[in-house]
Design a protein around this ligand. Structure first.
Ligand code: ARG
Length: 472
């Protein structure tokens, strides 16, 4: 058992206690951030005259070696260390002796772990954002190709009015665009450096916190040392953003599962993204969509877990906060995996345009427009609503669409109908007359697509001062 704090103790830690306390099995995930943070710390210590230049150079060089060996797999991170901080420090001391022992001058594991987790999360914010952008690009492509692909729009899962596939995809475009905005906001809010806060009350060494903050790509240092080591707000915000992404993906998956069903057949998934049944040869199952939908729960779970962990904690650091890691890491990896798979699935999915079109035709989705036709010919709306209700009833009895009725049949219900009604209630007219911004009409949709294209050219990272290092 290699631990950093034996001096005050007279007994060895019980093995079970040691294991219960240890975090190396999961905090090794941010070994790189831990080492980068230490390098910035010693650079600052030397600049302030707290370490000599030679000591700093020896420590930085050795830390670089440790990093390279861990990355190459020649130095294994094992559970003989309590946590990743102990692992790095012990290896440094093993190689450098007394000079290595100076690394932790003016630092506590409390500000160290606060820094490591923040650096790791910051990188994950950017990774999730990048994956969302790829998804948006696929959505935009489908939108551009389908401004004339008519399909039924639903409310209550009942056919309501005709829309286009471009319009339906555009709804998800907006959702994932908001998800990116949320990530940007989180980045901007979280990007302050806790290093130099010590255990809770700063240190007596003349640290230059602005300098370490700058070296690590932060806007500046955090302004209260107790808050710095006790703050996990940015993780809660991040998990809330992750949960919202999963909620959006899950709704999308639900629709794809429905569209892929035998009854709908609006889409066909690529073989690479579907699976068969071990017993039923005819099956082609949408497992990926179902799994993404299913994994939403564990991401929500991480958010609930951390909120609950934090709710009763007095200032400043408490060991409870070690629980911020495992589920958060799981949530990050889950969301990244789901985004990447979902994007691939969507990109390769085939849309059965004929089925969509027929479904729109057969669902009385133009009933509102038939009523509007009557209104345009002087019938009060409430009466028009009643007349079209009768027409729908007639069609249901005869198993036909409104457009299939002859003019005589229509006139028998209301003499107002003329030959031009067919044009007025055609699916194309229904869709393309809806031209307010945000509506499915082709021209309106094309304006939106142009705006979305412009949006995709923007790069919030420049504005937010994201340095290449933050993507480590
Ligand atoms: N493994 C700990 C964590 O994740 C590191 C900080 C330990 N600090 C302490 N005072 N025990 O929170």
């Amino acid at each position: 058992m290699a631990q950093l704090w034996g001096g005050r103790f007279t007994k060895e830690t019980d093995k079970l206690v040691y294991n219960f306390n240890a975090s190396i099995s999961f905090d090794q995930k941010f070994y790189r951030q831990d080492i980068e943070g230490s390098m910035a710390h010693v650079r600052m210590l030397a600049r302030q005259g707290i370490l000599t230049e030679e000591e700093m150079e020896a420590i930085v060089k050795t830390l670089q070696e440790i990093l390279a060996e861990v990355e190459a797999g020649t130095l294994a991170i094992t559970d003989e260390y309590e946590d990743i901080h102990s692992f790095v420090e012990a290896n440094l001391i093993r190689r450098l002796g007394d000079t290595g022992k100076k690394l932790h001058t003016g630092r506590s594991r409390n500000d160290q772990v606060a820094l490591d987790m923040k650096l790791y999360t910051r990188q994950e914010v950017l990774a999730a954002d990048g994956l969302l952008k790829e998804l948006l690009q696929v959505l935009l492509r489908i939108m551009e190709e389908n401004t004339e692909t008519i399909m039924p729009g639903f409310t209550h899962l009942q056919k309501a009015q005709p829309i286009t596939l471009a319009h339906h995809m555009g709804a998800y475009f907006e959702m994932f665009k908001r998800d990116r905005l949320r990530l940007r906001d989180i980045y901007v809010r979280m990007n302050y450096c806790p290093l130099g806060s010590g255990a809770l009350a700063g240190t007596t060494y003349p640290l230059d916190r602005e300098y370490t903050a700058k070296l690590l790509g932060f806007y500046g240092p955090t302004l209260n040392s107790m808050d710095s080591v006790a703050d996990r707000d940015y993780l809660i915000e991040f998990l809330a953003a992750m949960s919202t992404i999963m909620m959006h993906l899950s709704r999308f998956c639900e629709e794809i599962i429905i569209w892929n069903s035998n009854e709908y057949q609006f889409v066909e998934m690529d073989d690479a993204y579907s699976t068969g049944s071990s017993i039923m040869p005819q099956k082609k199952n949408p497992d990926i969509a179902e799994l993404v939908r299913g994994k939403t729960g564990r991401v929500y779970g991480a958010l609930m877990s951390l909120l609950t962990t934090m709710k009763g904690l007095p200032l400043a650091y408490n060991k409870d906060m070690q629980e911020d890691k495992e589920l958060t890491f799981d949530a990050m990896d889950t969301v990244k995996g789901c985004l990447a798979l979902f994007t691939g699935m969507l990109d390769t999915m085939r849309f059965n345009k004929d089925r969509m079109r027929r479904s729109a035709n057969n669902g009385f989705t133009n009933a509102t427009d038939a009523a509007d036709y009557l209104v345009n010919h002087g019938v009060p709306f409430r009466d028009a609503h009643g007349i079209v209700g009768q027409i729908v009833l007639y069609c249901i009895e005869k198993n036909m669409a409104i457009d299939d009725m002859s003019l005589e049949e229509l006139k028998a219900i209301s003499p107002v109908f003329q030959e031009d009604v067919y044009e007025a209630i055609s699916m194309e007219t229904c869709v393309n007359k809806r031209l307010t911004i945000g509506a499915p009409g082709k021209e309106a949709m094309e304006r939106v697509i142009d705006l979305e294209k412009e949006y995709l050219k923007e790069d919030w990272r420049k504005e937010a001062g994201v340095s290449a290092d933050s993507e480590m």
